[in-house]
Design a protein around this ligand. Structure first.
Ligand SMILES: Nc1ncnc2c1ncn2[C@@H]1O[C@H](COP(=O)(O)OP(=O)(O)OP(=O)(O)O)[C@@H](O)[C@H]1O
Ligand SMILES: [Mg+2]
Length: 321
């Protein structure tokens, strides 16, 4: 397995008198072509936690990740990463960060090993240090048998796994992962989750963007949902579900969701339409089921509320469709 420093080392790196924040955004703004894409955004990622950024396509997640790295310049506000003001001292911060960009940027003509070597050199590692790290990184990525394969010969999922392993070569304190498991099959995704959890138990901090609500629910200690660059809500996964939705949800499909919504309106549930499904949120779902029994051809599913409900409700999916 990949050798990581013990928690004691981490404690030495973050003595108690220092800030326990790995990332701090305060009133950060960013526009492209006059259009605000990050809007007066403030949040704090605590050392040792997994902080998830959720939001629909174009919400500004990758722009935030790039600003953390000093790769996109904020127009206003302040950013501190691992105690360094960013972007001014972003290079110093980046030396202690592992990055998984949304789109892989591996060297296509190089082999798996060569990609790891090139990246290690970028961080000023010696050949001996890189050679010592490679076996555990290959194991992490499940690429032990592919070490001499060129990137062009890898599947999409293998490339993703290599990108994640590559991000660990400098034994970073902080990982900035932009949709790390997109393109992985469910088995590979579960393996990566397990490995990311083991990094967290060793004291690493992770900033994660994802469209997989299950990923956010399983990995993240804290979540921030953004839309159009603005924070909508922030909280723990369970706290957000409880506060925004409640305990149970009724899904109704097989009918015309907008007509069903009108029919149910007198019973007062909060509703959300996504595609051909009507989602109903109410404290007494039994009452909602009564008028639905009169209708034929409907499928009604009552289930525990989850983060996807929070996401659909907050980001008003129906409005954009
Ligand atoms: N370099 C750029 N130049 C101009 N506009 C940009 C640039 N980068 C991002 N944008 C715009 O900023 C907005 C936010 O983009 P961003 O990539 O941060 O969204 P995202 O939340 O990561 O989306 P996705 O989930 O699709 O990856 C979008 O409207 C996008 O078009
Ligand atoms: Mg993105």
């Amino acid at each position: 397995m990949f050798e990581l420093p013990s928690v004691d080392n981490n404690t030495l790196l973050f003595p108690s008198f220092m800030s326990t924040a790995a990332i701090e955004f305060s009133g950060v703004r960013k526009s492209y072509g006059g259009k605000p894409v990050v809007n007066d955004l403030s949040f704090c990622v605590k050392t040792g936690e997994c902080f998830g950024l959720l939001g629909p396509n174009g919400a500004g997640k990758s722009t935030i990740a790039r600003m953390v790295l000093g790769m996109a310049m904020p127009d206003g506000g302040t950013i501190t990463v691992l105690g360094e003001p960013v972007p001014i001292r972003a290079r110093r911060a980046r030396a202690r960060i592992g990055v998984v960009p949304q789109f892989d940027n591996l060297e296509p003509g190089f082999t798996v090993r060569e990609n790891l070597i090139v990246f290690g050199r970028y961080f000023g590692m010696t050949t001996a240090e890189i050679e010592a790290a490679i076996p555990s990184l290959l194991e992490f990525a499940h690429l032990e048998t592919k070490s001499h394969a060129r990137v062009t010969e890898l599947s999409g999922g293998m490339k993703r796994a290599l990108t994640i392993a590559r991000a660990l070569i400098n034994d970073p304190q902080l990982l900035v992962m932009d949709e790390p498991t997109t393109g992985l099959d469910p088995h590979a995704r579960h393996l990566i989750w397990e490995r990311l959890r083991s990094l967290l138990t060793k004291g690493k901090t992770i900033l994660l963007t994802t469209h997989f609500m299950e990923e956010a629910e399983r990995l993240c200690d804290q979540l921030c949902v953004i839309e159009d660059g603005c924070k909508l809500v922030e909280g723990t996964p369970q706290g957000l579900v409880q506060k925004q939705i409640g305990t149970e949800v009724l899904e109704v499909y097989g009918g015309k969701p907008h007509e069903l919504r009108s029919l149910l309106a007198p019973y007062g549930p909060r509703t959300e339409v996504s595609g051909e499904t009507l989602f109903c949120y109410a404290s007494d779902l039994e009452q909602i089921r009564v008028p639905l029994r009169e209708l034929s051809g409907l499928r009604v599913l009552q289930r525990p509320a989850n983060l996807e409900d929070v996401f659909l409700r907050l980001t008003g999916r129906e409005i954009r469709e």
